[in-house]
Design a protein around this ligand. Structure first.
Ligand code: ADP
Length: 483
């Protein structure tokens, strides 16, 4: 089987090692073989990026916009093929994979426009005869490290702004999903960027981390992944010799969805099912804590159980499937361990939670979505991120306690409330301690042109996406000019 190679300094290069990319919906199916870069190759990629970056920074905004627009158009033109690859390697149902691919296209095209719009500011000085000019310049070489749960959208929302604002990129995708990353890199490799402006290094994070974080040529690191790895990334960016790297971290969540007595039951159930279980619960914005007040609690639980019966667990590429497999055996074990922990903590498993082993004769990492009831917010299942199709209902005394429980967490990415009261909606919108607040909408699912990010243990550094992305991918220069 042909090995998909890394892209370094404008060339496709062989690596000493390669890994098989397997389909979680059918573990007999090998999607492809993908090179694993050596440390030396990661260093080569950083050096190539450092050499290319000044040329890319000197390109006109129109050149950058045209390149990004071309990438975005090709992604959209190949939506079906890329969605099939994404669903096959990650296990997300085709409908969701199609939406993710389109979103990646929209992100590139949004940042094509942003390349043209990067302006500055002119301030009058407090000193006679001076003016103050504020401009934004590229930050330099950016290492981009991404997780497996959005194999094309997360790379897109980091790579597009990095390139739009004149930076060079070394991109290291997650080990489990090199296929979508390679396909994206191949498209970018034909976009007319100077050789070395964009580099792909597939491989193991812990092996390549030193080169991608510790090399003094790397000016900034954008990371999405687990909290534990995020901390290591931060330490490496600060602890390295020479100048520290700027860093941006998107990590976990333990997102609450509050359902108040006056909620529209259908809306609340739709939000909870989507937020907790779609994408197999493998979203940092997933609703894992369903905090419900007494007047609606029993009706909500009954309606959730009825709706759960209708979900179809199966092959991600089967159009009837609504819940695809868990991404791999390790994640499945983690999900099952947490289901055992929940039971041993006294939570009642009201639905699902069984690993299915196979569906329709296909061996895969299938898990029946799990709903716990009678839980409280001190249980480990309500404090630690599970990252699977596992949600827990917590009964709150009233709206005030619901708000306090929602905020009683180490994380703060996304929080939701379902209510028909304008007063309650305004109150929760104001007091939920999260980067994103959803009113009568699922905690997961965000727009490509709006800022994304969280508070507390969920995030560190400037927001991603939308106009706010410029904060991370540029550095501000203040010039004092005497005329
Ligand atoms: P996930 O559970 O989503 O795989 P991780 O935090 O383990 O979360 O991985 C996210 C990304 O970070 C992946 O691309 C992984 O290869 C990378 N990574 C893991 N360890 C390190 C490290 N020590 N330094 C740099 N990147 C790492």
């Amino acid at each position: 089987m042909q090995v998909h190679r890394n892209h370094i300094a404008g060339d496709w290069v062989d690596s000493p090692d390669a890994a098989a990319n397997t389909n979680p919906s059918d573990t007999r199916d090998v999607v492809g073989r993908y090179a694993r870069a050596s440390q030396a190759q990661a260093l080569d990629a950083v050096a190539a990026a450092a050499a290319a970056q000044p040329r890319w920074a000197a390109s006109t905004p129109q050149q950058r916009a045209d390149a990004l627009d071309g990438i975005g158009r090709e992604i959209a033109d190949r939506q079906e093929e890329l969605a099939d690859l994404l669903a096959r390697e990650e296990g997300k149902p085709l409908a969701e994979a199609r939406a993710e691919v389109l979103r990646a296209s929209h992100i590139f095209r949004f940042f094509a426009g942003e390349a043209m719009r990067l302006g500055g500011e002119l301030l009058p000085s407090t000193r006679a005869g001076l003016t103050v000019e504020i401009t934004r310049e590229p930050v330099g070489v950016v290492s981009i490290i991404t997780p497996w749960n959005f194999p094309i959208a997360i790379p897109a929302w980091k790579i597009a702004p990095a390139l739009a604002f004149g930076n060079a990129v070394v991109f290291k995708p997650a080990e489990l999903v090199p296929g979508s990353a390679w396909a994206l890199a191949e498209i970018i490799s034909r976009a007319g960027l100077p050789a070395g402006t964009f580099n792909l290094v597939m491989g193991r994070g812990r092996e390549l981390g030193d080169a991608l974080l510790g090399h003094p040529g790397v000016a900034a690191v954008s990371f999405t992944g687990s909290e534990a790895t995020g901390r290591k990334v931060a330490q490496a960016c600060i602890g390295r010799p020479g100048p520290m790297a700027k860093f941006q971290l998107e990590m976990g969540g333990k997102n609450p969805l509050v359902v108040l007595d006056d909620a529209d039951l259908d809306v609340a159930v739709a939000c909870a099912i989507n937020g907790a279980f779609f994408s197999t619960g493998q979203r940092c914005t997933a609703s894992s804590r369903l905090i419900v007040t007494p007047g609606i609690h029993d009706r909500f639980v009954a309606a959730m159980l009825a709706r759960l019966q209708t979900l179809v667990v199966g092959d991600a590429r089967d159009p009837r499937t609504t819940i695809g497999p868990v991404v791999d055996a390790t994640q499945l074990r983690q999900d099952c361990d947490y289901i055992d922990i929940g039971r041993s903590e006294g939570a009642r498993l009201a639905f699902g939670g069984e690993a299915l082993g196979q569906v329709a004769g296909r061996p895969g990492h299938y898990l029946q979505p799990a709903l716990f009831v009678d839980t409280d917010n001190t249980m480990r299942i309500n404090r630690e991120e599970i990252f699977g199709p596992v949600a827990a209902v917590i009964r709150a005394r009233d709206a005030d306690e619901a708000l306090a429980l929602a905020n009683d967490t180490a994380f703060g990415l996304s929080s939701g409330v379902c209510t028909t009261s304008l007063k309650q909606a305004a109150h929760f919108k104001r007091h939920l301690q999260a980067g994103m607040v959803m009113v009568n909408a699922p905690t997961a699912g965000v727009d490509p042109h709006a800022p994304f990010g969280g508070r507390k243990g969920s995030s560190h550094g400037p927001r991603e996406q939308g106009r706010y992305a410029a904060e991370f991918y540029t550095t501000v220069k203040t010039a004092y000019v005497a005329a």
